[in-house]
Ligand binder design. Structure first.
Ligand code: SF4
Length: 278
């Protein structure tokens, strides 16, 4: 049985998780929307311009009708920040799971979570190890959700490059997008994790998708230009706009390693953060 105070916090976290999922699924973050509008203005290819106009119309209709932006509502990836006075407890994990269950029923979300081998659907978007919940210390008690669709997740890649292949990172990133073609619903946003270990590089790549895309440093811009030079274009039909942005997170690594992970994200870069009401 839960301690009353822990139960209260878990309940508040469930509410916040449900709210964050509703917000993320229905409304794109302002930086992503601005990037799509900017791309639509700059695009020179007529078919690509029409595709971007269709995407923008889809986004506007979703907000007007208060329905999810895409039929693939993804699987929730969840990030919690906990201030020093809130200890991490199993009840908080239960709070997140309850919020996901409720959002599945109320938003509603497509039940996407299945057993990996039997493919049996849990029907509420929770399951063994799902949703993925990442916890970090912070000043505020917040929940951030990043619903991840399969079209883009399935074409993500990790490479264990050699330490001498730093200059090859750009080729690896562009090759990932080239191999993916139209499958991840471009224009994409790429989260790139460089360094760490096999698992940390993948985690960094996903965290990079939480960063605002209205600014890129010189290296991120260089990678983005290399991807856009591919000419894959919106929905893979050709054009200037293959990637809206590339965001990079790094960690130091073994002197003999150079892990590089590319987490591909479609234009529906859904993310939202809600402060938990305590
Ligand atoms: S890749 Fe993105 S836009 Fe395409 S179907 Fe999946 S969630 Fe929807």
């Amino acid at each position: 049985m839960m301690h009353p105070e822990t139960a209260r916090l878990a309940g508040a976290l469930a509410d916040a998780t449900e709210r964050a999922l509703r917000e993320a699924e229905i409304r794109l973050p302002p930086d992503v929307l601005a990037a799509l509008r900017k791309a639509a203005e700059a695009e020179r290819n007529e078919v690509a311009r029409q595709e971007l106009a269709n995407i923008l119309e889809n986004i506007a209709l979703a907000e007007e009708r208060q329905v999810p932006i895409c039929q693939d509502t993804g699987v929730p990836v969840v990030y919690l920040t906990l201030p020093p006075d809130i200890p991490l407890s199993p009840d908080l994990y239960q709070g997140v799971r309850e919020g996901v269950r409720r959002a599945t029923a109320t938003v509603p979300l497509r039940p996407n979570v299945v057993d990996p081998l039997s493919r049996e659907n849990t029907n509420d978007n929770t399951g063994a190890g799902m949703p993925a919940i990442h916890v970090a210390p912070g000043d505020r008690f917040t929940v951030t959700v990043l619903p991840k669709g399969a079209g883009s997740e399935n074409v993500s890649r990790i490479g264990m490059l050699l330490p001498s292949q730093v200059a090859e990172i750009k080729r690896f990133v562009a090759e990932t997008v080239l191999l993916a073609g139209g499958r991840p619903c471009p224009p994409v946003i790429l989260g790139v994790g460089i360094g760490g270990t096999f698992d940390l590089a993948a985690a960094l790549a996903k965290e990079a998708l939480l960063l605002p895309i209205d600014v890129m440093d010189d290296y991120e811009q260089e990678l983005c230009d290399a991807v856009n030079a591919l000419g894959i274009g919106p929905m893979g039909l050709g054009g200037d706009t293959t990637a809206l942005a590339v965001k990079v997170k790094r960690a130091d690594c073994h002197t003999a390693s150079l892990p590089v992970a590319v987490n591909v994200q479609c234009w529906a870069c859904r993310r939202a953060t809600v402060e938990v009401e305590r």
